[in-house]
Design a protein around this ligand. Structure first.
Ligand code: C5P
Length: 234
């Protein structure tokens, strides 16, 4: 089945401390979001990309100008994002409905993760091809985990079986749309797609990905992303 992508890119990036949201900051030669779009757009199995954004026209045009021609051909008209990441994703899925079949696969990927490797997309798609109902990229937790209250350690949390959840996260368009809108209706906080599917009783696969698929959150992450990109694009 065809594979599509939805990119939530409507965040304000308040933790970054910059006036411009992080996905529109320049990372080397182009905006963060342009890198992210190319990482997906240049994958041969990607059919089309739906971006949900709150950007003004000039900001978005600067992104569209910087993507590779092959990626540009795959960009669907942008839609407006929502107040939370989950709402932005849902708006993106609703817009994608006009182009795709409910049984098609959709990869939801954060705008702020520009260092996605083609090999990790391949691994994710392989899990789907092997019969998974859905799959996400992630990695086992490497650090010791503490529960902390007001800078005082309360306890050490056992890390066996604990994984970090990255994106992309891949599901069938119809089931993800239903699961997300149900979760949002119930008013629960949803920070990734898999949790909405889990709430609906699903058991998606965890696919181990590279930990350099970082989410740019703080300003120091920009320097890290620039270094990683050099390696990935080499
Ligand atoms: O804020 P956080 O790093 O969790 O955001 C993850 C992704 O979700 C980013 O790409 C951000 O632009 C997006 N987002 C969104 N709409 C919001 C909040 C975040 O599309 N209201």
């Amino acid at each position: 089945r065809p594979v599509w992508a939805v990119i939530p890119a409507a965040g304000s990036g308040s933790r970054m401390g910059t006036a411009i949201p992080k996905q529109f900051l320049m990372l080397q030669d182009k905006p963060v979001l342009a890198h992210t779009l190319d990482r997906l757009g240049l994958h041969p199995r990607l059919r089309g990309i739906q971006v949900a954004t709150a950007a003004d026209k000039a900001q978005w045009n600067a992104v569209a100008q910087h993507v590779a021609p092959l990626t540009r051909d795959k960009l669907l008209p942008v839609c407006v994002g929502g107040e939370s990441r989950a709402q932005s994703v849902l708006r993106g899925l609703e817009a994608l409905d006009a182009h795709a079949d409910p049984r098609d696969w959709v990869l939801v990927h954060d705008a702020a993760r520009p260092c996605l490797r083609q090999a990790d997309i391949d691994a994710l798609l392989q899990a789907l091809d092997a019969g998974a109902e859905g799959a996400i990229l992630g990695a086992p937790v490497a650090d010791t985990l503490k529960r902390v209250d007001n800078c005082v350690i309360q306890e050490t949390v056992p890390r066996q079986q604990l994984w970090r959840a990255f994106t992309p996260q891949a599901f069938r368009l119809g089931s993800l749309r239903a699961a997300l809108s149900a979760a949002l209706r119930q008013g629960v906080e949803i920070t990734d797609e898999a949790s909405a599917i889990e709430r609906a009783g699903g058991h998606p696969r965890m696919v181990q990905g590279h930990t350099d698929n970082l989410k740019i959150t703080l300003s120091e992450d920009m320097d890290m992303a620039a270094i990683i990109l050099v390696g990935i694009l080499a």
